[in-house]
Every structure is written in structure tokens, then in C-alpha cells.
Write a protein that binds this ligand. Structure first.
Ligand SMILES: [Zn+2]
Length: 239
């Protein structure tokens, strides 16, 4: 049986002499693991679809519950990412997040669309790459059932103060009266509101970017028990 699907190539592992095992991100079935034959040979026709970030329509043949790529049509390779190491790592971090949060056989259309938009924005615009990655992280966390509450204190409902806290368990900021969680900064809160498309205080989100990245990275690790090496590398590179 064959099935045709759009997908983003998340991860490729070498297998045997010339083959690879790919983890694809599909909108309707979440992660799909598939083999691809002969793709390491010098003249392999399908080499393009085993590259990181490849956004293709894949045709997969199924036999005994295993998939093999039989053909692919490239929508976009996001080659612009290869010219800027910082943006490249931001894109790798986005794929890393997908790989950690997605399940097999579970549709994830919202995250899929958002992931394609994120790769486009990182490769084709000059928009701030940290904000692009944060916007995507918030969306993917929300879709996976780990939303970050950015609507004031998650305990008492009042606005967050100048020195808020963040409760990693609940995924919410808390105010200086409730003081639940770990110390966070107002700039982190404001910057995340900006990335979420909410009203924010421009003057108070200065210097919030790296803090917000750190907070989201820790939150991701706590929810998924995964390390995020590319996210870490991006944090190191981003100025
Ligand atoms: Zn409170």
C-alpha cells in the first residue's frame, strides 16, 4: 500500500551501507519513521528529501507496518538557512522541539503549519530569529498540551508585578504576592507576550530575549525530559 503525504524531514540516521532511516513530521499522522534506500550513493536521486528541513510531498510504500520512501517532490529546502549559522541553529531547534513534542500516529496540523511558517520566516526574512523561535515554541507547547499562561498571575488572576515568578509545573507566571515557582523577570513575561501576539510593554521587554529563551528551554526540558542541544547552541550564538 502507498500513501502520499506532505512532510518535513526532522531527522536522518544512517542505516546499512547506503540507506537511511528518516523521521518525518506529517500533518495528519504526526511523526512517521521511514526507510529510504540507496540515498547515500553519490548519484542518489532522492538525496534532497533526506536533508534536514526538506519540506516535500513524500510517497511512502508500506509493507508489514514498515515504510519506505519511493518518491518525493520538493516544495522547499529552505536553503537560505545554510548561509547564517545562528538562524540555522534556530531552525534546528524548531525541529528538535517537533521531534520531542510530537507523537506517532497523532495528527498535529496546527504545529505543522506553524513549523513551515517558522522555517520560511527564518530562511527568507530578517525578522528577529529568537522571536521567531519563541513564537513557534509557544505554539508547539500549546498544541502539545503544555500551554504557557501569559495572562497575568495564574494563581490569583492579578497582573504580574515587576518581579514575577514562573511555575514550571503549571506553566504560568505568578505575581509577587503568590510567589509560586522560580524568580523570573518582567522582561521575559513582556517579551513572551510580544511573541504570542498579545499587547506588551515595549519598554519593559528590553533584554528579555535571552531570558525568555532560557525559560522556554527549561520548560521544554521539564515537560519532555529531553535535552535540547541545538536550542542550547542557538542560545550561545544569539546576541
Ligand atoms: Zn497572584
Amino acid at each position: 500500500m502507498e500513501f502520499k503525504t506532505n512532510a518535513i524531514m526532522l531527522r536522518a540516521i544512517d542505516y546499512k551501507e547506503n540507506d537511511k532511516i528518516l523521521t518525518l513530521f506529517t500533518p495528519t499522522r504526526g511523526k512517521v519513521v521511514t526507510g529510504i534506500r540507496g540515498v547515500k550513493k553519490p548519484k542518489a536521486k532522492l538525496a534532497f528529501c533526506a536533508q534536514p528541513f526538506a519540506f516535500c510531498e513524500y510517497v511512502l510504500a508500506e509493507k508489514n507496518g514498515r515504510y519506505t520512501v519511493t518518491s518525493a517532490y520538493l516544495h522547499d529546502g529552505f536553503y537560505g538557512l545554510r548561509t547564517d549559522i545562528t538562524r540555522y541553529y534556530a531552525a534546528c531547534a524548531a525541529l528538535e522541539i517537533c521531534n520531542a513534542l510530537l507523537m506517532e500516529e497523532e495528527s498535529a496540523e496546527g504545529t505543522f503549519i506553524s513549523c513551515v511558517e517558522t522555517l520560511k520566516a527564518l530562511s527568507m526574512t530578517d525578522d528577529d530569529c529568537a522571536e521567531i523561535l519563541l513564537t513557534f515554541s509557544l505554539r508547539a507547547l500549546f498544541e502539545a498540551g503544555y500551554p504557557v499562561n501569559l495572562d497575568g498571575c495564574g494563581i490569583c488572576g492579578s497582573g504580574v508585578s515587576e518581579t514575577p515568578y514562573f511555575d514550571f509545573e503549571l506553566g504560568t507566571f505568578t505575581c509577587s504576592n503568590c510567589m509560586q515557582g522560580e524568580r523570573a523577570s518582567r522582561s521575559t513575561y513582556e517579551l513572551l507576550r510580544k511573541c504570542e501576539g498579545l499587547e506588551y510593554d515595549e519598554n519593559k521587554c528590553l533584554d528579555g530575549t535571552k531570558r525568555a529563551l532560557r525559560l522556554i528551554k527549561v520548560y521544554l526540558s521539564e515537560k519532555t525530559e529531553e535535552d535540547y542541544p541545538c536550542f542550547g547552541e542557538f542560545l550561545r550564538l544569539y546576541e
